[in-house]
Design a protein around this ligand. Structure first.
Ligand SMILES: CCCCCCCC/C=C\CCCCCCCC(=O)SCCNC(=O)CCNC(=O)[C@H](O)C(C)(C)COP(=O)(O)OP(=O)(O)OC[C@H]1O[C@@H](n2cnc3c(N)ncnc32)[C@H](O)[C@@H]1OP(=O)(O)O
Length: 167
């Protein structure tokens, strides 16, 4: 199915997944879709390798953690959480030489916690990994208090986004 991109999410400067100023980052971009799912597109490099030409499983889990954790912003803009549970199933190797897509959605949302599921998709649409994750909600002010509450750490994604995506 094809889905229209409704909104680009902000990215950060320092994050390992989306950080624009973190040299080891996957420079992942996040697109909110018309079906209320979130799609991420990551650009892995040899830094993210496990066996030759195979993405490290820990990196795969980090992508899934972030794409599920950010899905809450579709339902509740301004909501943030910290991961308290993450379960991954690795089904196919993920090559390093190509962009990696992931999709995610929220499956449960309460005052204190939220849960969601996500998948890593290969170029031909094959599901390479699946995930379930749970988060405890936490105000952003508390999450960044050690950095002096610097909200400029989150910035607009200025890169062009696709108008629609297919999966
Ligand atoms: C300007 C901004 C710049 C920001 C840049 C950001 C860039 C990224 C952008 C966007 C990202 C969005 C995506 C995020 C994805 C990635 C997130 C991560 O990687 S987070 C790192 C890994 N996870 C942790 O570090 C948590 C570590 N754990 C803890 O800190 C504590 O365990 C904590 C705070 C969760 C709870 O601990 P307690 O000491 O406060 O209290 P207790 O008694 O253990 O629990 C209190 C309540 O918490 C819930 N709770 C805790 N653990 C739970 C669990 N496993 N399941 C369900 N509920 C749980 C329960 O409701 C509990 O309440 P009852 O006591 O049961 O009444």
């Amino acid at each position: 199915m094809k889905y229209k991109v409704k909104r680009k999410q902000q990215v950060s400067k320092g994050c390992f997944i989306c950080g624009t100023e973190n040299h080891e980052s996957l420079k992942t971009k996040f697109y909110e879709l018309e079906n209320n799912e979130l799609m991420s597109i990551s650009t892995p490099t040899p830094t993210h390798q496990s066996y030759p030409d195979r993405m490290h499983g820990g990196i795969i889990s980090a992508i899934l953690d972030e794409v599920i954790g950010r899905s809450i912003m579709i339902l509740e803009p301004g909501a943030w959480g910290v991961t308290v549970e993450l379960n991954i199933k690795y089904k196919k190797p993920v090559p390093l030489s190509k962009q990696v897509k992931a999709t995610a959605r929220i499956t449960r949302n309460t005052r204190l916690i939220f849960e969601g599921t996500g998948e890593i998709l290969l170029e031909d649409g094959t599901v390479a990994a699946t995930a379930y994750a749970k988060y405890v909600k936490m105000p952003i002010e508390k999450l960044i208090q050690d950095t002096g509450g610097d909200m400029s750490l989150m910035i607009d994604d200025e890169t062009p986004s696709p108008e629609e995506v297919e999966y």
